[in-house]
Design a protein. Structure first.
Length: 70
């Protein structure tokens, strides 16, 4: 699955990781398949700890969404 940031983000180089955390501004989010919820959560936690960011995540029946909140 390809992940897409859903706000006006300047074009830049992609981070080496699978998820676009580095390109996200506060208030941005992306959707992911429910099966990936645990991996996204762990990846966001690691990125947040190393970069001073903060994320919140919600998971529905088919998809989840993660927002950058700091």
């Amino acid at each position: 699955m390809t992940y897409k940031i859903e706000k006006n983000i300047p074009i830049g180089q992609l981070e080496r990781g699978k998820y676009p955390f580095k390109m996200m501004a506060v208030g941005n989010s992306f959707k992911f398949p429910r099966e990936s919820a645990q991996r996204v959560s762990v990846s966001a936690s690691i990125y947040a700890r190393k970069n001073g960011a903060k994320f919140t995540q919600r998971t529905g029946e088919k998809f989840g969404r993660i927002w950058r909140i700091k």
